[in-house]
Design a protein around this ligand. Structure first.
Ligand code: C2E
Ligand code: CA
Ligand code: CA
Length: 768
């Protein structure tokens, strides 16, 4: 691209060339002084007044050009000029310049043809030629200017030389033609050279600009350093992330020094610059592919780097704070209990292990405690789960606050675990643990209710500091069990004998598993009588286990073990099958009642088991009663309700067992698919002596009757109790030693027959 046609030259370049025509004003001034002085000297030498006129004319042209320059200077915002306007200015400026050269040409021509004075010729031509040199220097920017000026000064000289008809002057005038052409070529050369440079510079600037935009708009921070760790390039994001000033001030600075400066005045802590540099070296050497560095205020940057061929390195880093936060959140969810914010069992284990590893040289006893909130379930039952949760959080907070340097975790439900670091001696540790246990009990204000909370505790003082979470838990658990069996709110330290009991219990569990697998349990049946004792309506199946060495194990004990071991549904299945079979051997009016455990009601498998038992025995569904306890209703009320409704729709009778021992309110009774309420024996125990107990029993009975439920009172032992119940018509059926203890199946038929025999003659005699 050549700058001949202004329209093909970028406008700004054209403008700058045209502007150059009004530059170098000092040379113009020097020129006009020399020109006018020369003309005056020639006038003095030759006495020609033409030169005085020329001197005045050249000064006038100079002044006119200066005025034009001023006008051009005053043009506001030249960048906004159009090509046509620039072209117009070019013409005006060129005309001014051509004015000077025309006068010089005329002066030389006049000297050649008219004056014919050697001084005049020499002076005028010399000054003209010298001026022509400056034409190249001043006016290269406009081809038109160069052409017009060389032409306007050479033409008068050529014409006048030819007019002299002198051979040698003619030759001289011919020489002016190559002079004119070379001057023109020189100016063009300069112009094109400059033009190419300007364009190249513009291109470099635009590439640099694009690179700069890309660099400063990338989401990553980028630092390029030379082999001495001096910053070559740093983008804005890098400065922003590291909070280290503006990019242009950091060029050629040492990266380490810049980071240290940043650390002093910003958020980094003092160790971080060294860390970054060390990691940068490692990453650049390839021993680390990328590295994550955490800064205060939740900022996390991930760095990667690569060595450059010249020994320098490129460091790229990214703000991964939100990713890290999300990961931390997930980690937190995995590690901490969502409700109380305490570490969960696994993470608690990690923390303890961490402590032990860090303090492996320390000596002294360690402590491990389990705290269990007493009767916490009742809070949930009575006040709802929301308040229950709030109370649990309040207790967790107090435990944490009082724990000092102990590590606290939530074990499950209403239990906390604590690990006490090395103490001076056993007494100190014992005292600390008991003090903590004491401090966390007492009043809690939650949801505008005051709760009096007691916690049972079990702890073990550890003899070895080898991590053994399960073993310690077992010890603390055994001690806790001891506390709970003595009195609520107590605390017990583990003793070796407890281990013996534990081992025994483990053995009992193994034996129970074998007994269940071998169908070695058997059943006893306790009849339920009409309140007047005239008839057996139903008999409750009660599981029995006679241990080969230990003899009879109470069902309370082995049923709890089976629940813990997860084999209760096998027992339920056995009892159901057996009970249905036995019931088939009894008189048709007697039903059989089977206990279901809370676990049986957690899934719908029980429906199939019941159907199978009925189908297998051929027993009518209406002769099967199922007993559930209040505790079964707590965990998954919707599932339990659905299962019970289904059973009931099949004509099976549902009884709620041990009624009154749970803490659920009576109000839920009417919402459940129930037929019978079995009032717990604790209600009956003192009714003869304590009229309040009797009132309580009557109230409960009244409510159940209102709801259309049938009543069985359990645990009636004495004729007095029975008489009192009958006096107040407080029950439909009676189950208790007063009529019969649990007996083998065949006794049920015998007992029933005996009753029938006893009542039938009486009726006959009445008739008679
Ligand atoms: P439960 O369901 O309340 O059964 C009644 C318990 O009260 C029986 O104790 C029975 O012997 C006892 N009992 C009956 N009349 C009297 C009385 O007048 N005075 C006193 N003090 N006690 C009386 P048992 O057989 O020891 O059973 C204890 C508990 O074991 C049962 O209480 C029941 O919760 C559980 N259980 C027994 N067999 C099974 C079973 O097959 N499955 C399930 N899930 N639990 C069972
Ligand atoms: Ca029962
Ligand atoms: Ca009962």
């Amino acid at each position: 691209m050549k700058p001949h046609n202004p329209n093909r030259v970028p406008k700004d370049v054209y403008l700058s060339f045209v502007s150059s025509l009004s530059g170098n004003r000092m040379t113009l001034l020097a020129g006009v002084i020399v020109h006018s002085a020369t003309f005056l000297a020639v006038a003095a030498k030759t006495g020609s007044s033409v030169y005085i006129f020329l001197a005045v004319a050249i000064i006038a042209v100079f002044c006119a050009r200066m005025a034009i320059f001023r006008l051009f200077d005053k043009v506001n915002n030249k960048d906004a000029l159009s090509f046509a306007e620039i072209e117009r200015w070019e013409k005006i400026l060129v005309v001014g310049a051509a004015g000077t050269t025309t006068l010089l040409g005329i002066a030389s021509g006049y000297a050649i043809f008219f004056t014919r004075d050697s001084f005049a010729e020499l002076a005028c031509i010399a000054v003209t030629m010298a001026t022509m040199v400056s034409v190249v220097g001043r006016n290269y920017g406009s081809r038109m200017a160069v052409d017009l000026q060389t032409f306007s000064c050479c033409l008068p000289m050529i014409i006048c030389s030819v007019m002299t008809l002198d051979f040698y002057r003619g030759i001289l005038s011919v020489f002016l033609i190559p002079f004119w052409l070379t001057t023109r070529a020189m100016a063009t050369g300069v112009r094109e050279f400059l033009y190419e440079n300007v364009i190249a510079r513009r291109e470099i600037a635009s590439i640099a600009d694009r690179f700069d935009t890309a660099l400063n708009n990338m989401p990553h921070g980028l630092v390029m350093v030379d082999e001495e760790n001096r910053i070559q390039v740093i983008n804005r994001k890098a400065c922003e992330l590291l909070k280290i000033g503006a990019p242009d001030r950091l060029k050629d600075r040492d990266l380490g020094a810049v980071l240290r400066y940043g650390a002093r005045y910003s958020f980094m802590d003092a160790s971080q610059p060294e860390l970054i540099l060390r990691q940068l070296t490692q990453v650049a050497e390839g021993s680390l592919s990328r590295t994550l560095i955490h800064f205060p205020e939740g900022l996390s940057l991930e760095f990667s780097a690569s060595r450059r061929a010249d020994g320098g390195a490129v460091l790229i880093f990214e703000d991964v704070s939100s990713r890290v936060k999300a990961e931390q959140k997930i980690l937190h969810m995995v590690r901490f209990d969502a409700l109380t914010g305490l570490p969960n069992r696994e993470y608690f284990g990690h923390l303890v292990q961490d402590y032990l590893t860090k303090h492996s040289r320390k000596r002294g006893p360690l402590g491990f405690m389990i705290l269990d909130i007493d009767e916490f379930k009742h809070v949930n039952d009575m006040r709802g789960h929301v308040t229950g949760d709030h109370l649990l959080c309040a207790i967790a907070m107090r435990v944490k606050k009082m724990a000092g340097n102990a590590i606290v975790g939530r074990l499950m439900g209403d239990q906390f675990i604590l690990f006490f670091p090395h103490a001076r001696d056993r007494q100190v540790l014992d005292a600390d643990i008991r003090k903590l246990h004491d401090a966390v009990q007492g009043q809690y204000e939650v949801d505008e209710v005051t709760f009096l909370v007691s916690l049972s505790g079990g702890y073990a003082v550890l003899e070895s500091d080898a991590f053994a979470m399960d073993e310690w838990s077992v010890k603390a658990d055994l001690a806790l069990f001891e506390s709970k069996s003595r009195f609520k709110g107590g605390i017990t330290g583990f003793e070796r004998e407890m281990d013996g009991r534990y081992i025994e219990q483990q053995k009992l569990k193994a034996d129970l598993r074998d007994a269940v697998a071998a169908n070695a349990l058997h059943l006893a049946f306790q009849p339920m009588f009409k309140a007047d004792g005239t008839r057996i309506e139903c008999a409750e199946a009660l599981a029995r286990w006679v241990h080969p060495e230990k003899g009879s194990i109470p069902p309370d004990v082995f049923i709890r073990l089976a629940e813990e071991m997860g084999i209760i549904s096998q027992i339920t299945r056995f009892v159901l099958f057996k009970a249905c079979e036995e019931c088939m051997t009894w008189p048709e009016h007697i039903a059989v009642s089977v206990n279901l455990s809370a676990r049986d009601l957690r899934d719908a498998d029980i429906l199939a088991v019941v159907s199978d038992a009925l189908a297998h025995s051929g027993l009518e569904a209406s002769r099967l009663h199922l007993e559930i306890t209040e505790s079964s209703l707590i965990d998954e009320p919707a599932t339990v309700r659905a299962i019970l409704s289904e059973l009931r729709s099949r004509d099976i009778t549902i009884a709620i067992d041990d009624f009154g021992t749970g803490f659920s309110s009576l109000s839920y009774l009417d919402t459940l698919p129930l037929d019978i309420v079995k009032i717990d024996r604790s209600f009956v125990r003192n009714i003869v002596e304590d009229t309040r107990r009797l009132k309580l029993l009557r109230g409960t009975v009244h409510l159940a009757r209102e709801l259309g439920l049938k009543i069985v009172v359990e645990g009636v032992e004495t004729p007095e109790q029975l008489a009192l119940l009958n006096k107040h018509r407080s029950t439909d059926l009676v189950q208790g030693y007063v009529f019969s203890p649990p007996v083998p199946s065949k006794e049920i038929g015998i007992l029933s027959q005996a009753l029938i025999r006893r009542t039938t003659p009486r009726r006959r005699s009445k008739v008679a």
